[in-house]
Write a protein that binds this ligand. Sequence first.
Ligand code: B16
Ligand code: MG
Length: 219
Amino acid sequence: MPIKAFIFDLDGVLTDTAEYHYRAWNRLADEIDVPFTREENEALRGIPRRESLLTLLKGHPTTEEQLQAWMSRKNDYYLEFIREISSTDVLPGARELLEEIRAAGLKSALGSASKNAPEVIQRLGIAHLLDSVSDGNSVERQKPAPDLFLHAAGKLGVSPRECVVVEDAAAGVEAALAGGFWTLALGPVTRFPVAHHILPGLENIHLQELLDIFSITDF
Ligand code: B16
Ligand code: MG
């Protein structure tokens, strides 16, 4: 089946907001006196806000009301940090690839766990290059469930086998595989137990190269 579309994760694929998530979680962790390291933040890659907070709390007893308040406080800090984002924060190669996909008549979608994704793509100046946006508000079950990517494929009107999901998180690759998508994982090979193809990032990666890779890769 020919590839008709690409679904891009946001954080870690099109831009690197992991640092801002880290700073926001770290500020909250300091305030509530819970130890939190950069290493622990790595494990939160692609993980939704609520699960991230529960991981950060490491079983620390709390109430639902308190969880909601802390999530909201972390998000306020995050929103403060992402005000600094501009078009120069698009990761190398990402804008060029989106433009090549558009020029070739293929489709691109966003598939991000972040509820702040629409604001981030506006600030990056790439919203017009995406044919649809699926984010943390689009589905109930988040990654590693396949729902978000299936939502994106549905909006584009393509089947999973016609789509490549581009992800930087193991949970995201797992979600894409569960949905029957082709997977392009970005990052160190040690991060991904399984994926169809792994690259360090999108810098100098062109559409034709990706189409060639997925035309000869066995599902
Ligand atoms: P928010 P992605 C994910 O985005 C981030 O990697 C993860 O660190 C974050 O907790 C999650 O979005 C939720 O973000 O708090 O903004 O709703 O990698 O799926 O684009
Ligand atoms: Mg990500």
